[in-house]
Design a protein around this ligand. Sequence first.
Ligand code: NAP
Length: 248
Amino acid sequence: MYTGDEVAIVTGASKGIGKAIAMELTQRGVTTVLTYVSSSTQMEETLSEIKNAGGKAIAMKVDVSDEKEIKMLFKEVKKLYGRLDILVNNSGITKDGFLPLMSSAKWDDVINVNLRGTYLCTREAVKQMMIHKKGTIVNVASTSGISGARGQANYSASKGGIIAFTKSLALEASQYNIRANVVAPGFIETDMTKSMDQATLAQMMELVPLKRMGKPAEVAKLVSFLSSNDSSYITGKVFTIDGGLING
Ligand code: NAP
C-alpha cells in the first residue's frame, strides 16, 4: 500500500523492466524520477505514457557508474521533493563472452554499471533516508547471480555481488527503518534477452516449468510489493521470479 506522497528513483527506466516498474509505481500514486543514459526517445515515450495514464514522473540522464552524476541526481531530487522513499536499482548491462577470452574492458564495464552503480546510488539514497528514518531499496539482480551462467562470468559476478551487498545493507540500514531486498528475474522479454542467441534461449526455456518468458510487468508487481508498506516485515531477502526455472 502507498499513501500517494512517496517519491521514488528508478534507474534504467527508459525501457524493459525499469519502464514497467516506473509505470507500476506511478499508477499507485508514487512520484517517480526515472533515469536513462542513452535511450532518449524511448525515455520520452515512457514519460508521456506515464503522464497520459495520470502518473507523475520526471526523467534525468545519468550514468549510474559515474559518481559525480549520481551525486547530482540525488542532490536534485532532494532539492525538488525534500524526500526520497524508494530506490530501485534496476540499471544493468550484459557483455557476455567465454571467460578465457573475456577482455578486462568487458569485465570492468559490467561490474561498473551493475555493481558499482548499485553501490553509488544506494549510498546516496541511504544518506537521505536515514535522516527521515524511512525507506525501501529494491536491487534488481538475476538468477545468474545465484546459479551462474555460461558466458556471463562478469554479469553473474556483478549480480551475485548485488545479492551480498543487499544482505549487508539490510543489516546496517535496519536501525534507520530502511529495508533492502533483491529481486532476481530469470528470462524476461526485454531488449536484453532479444540480443541473446535465440537458439540458446529456446534451450533455456526447457528449464522453465511455466514454459514461457516472464513479462516486465510481472517483475514490476513484485518490485512494487517490496517497495511498499505491504512488505513491512521483509528485509535482506532474495526473491526469484523465473517461472520456476530449474537451478534458478
Ligand atoms: P534493458 O531493456 O536493456 O534496459 C536496461 C536499462 O538500463 C535501460 O534503461 C538502460 O538505459 C539502463 N542502463 C544501461 N546502462 C546504464 C548506465 N551506465 N547508467 C544508467 N542506466 C543504464 O534491460 P532489462 O532486461 O529491462 O534489464 C533491467 C534489469 O533487469 C537489469 O539490471 C538486468 O540485469 C536485470 N535482469 C534482466 C533479465 C531479463 O531477462 N531481461 C533477467 C535478469 C535480470 P538506456 O536505455 O538509456 O541505455
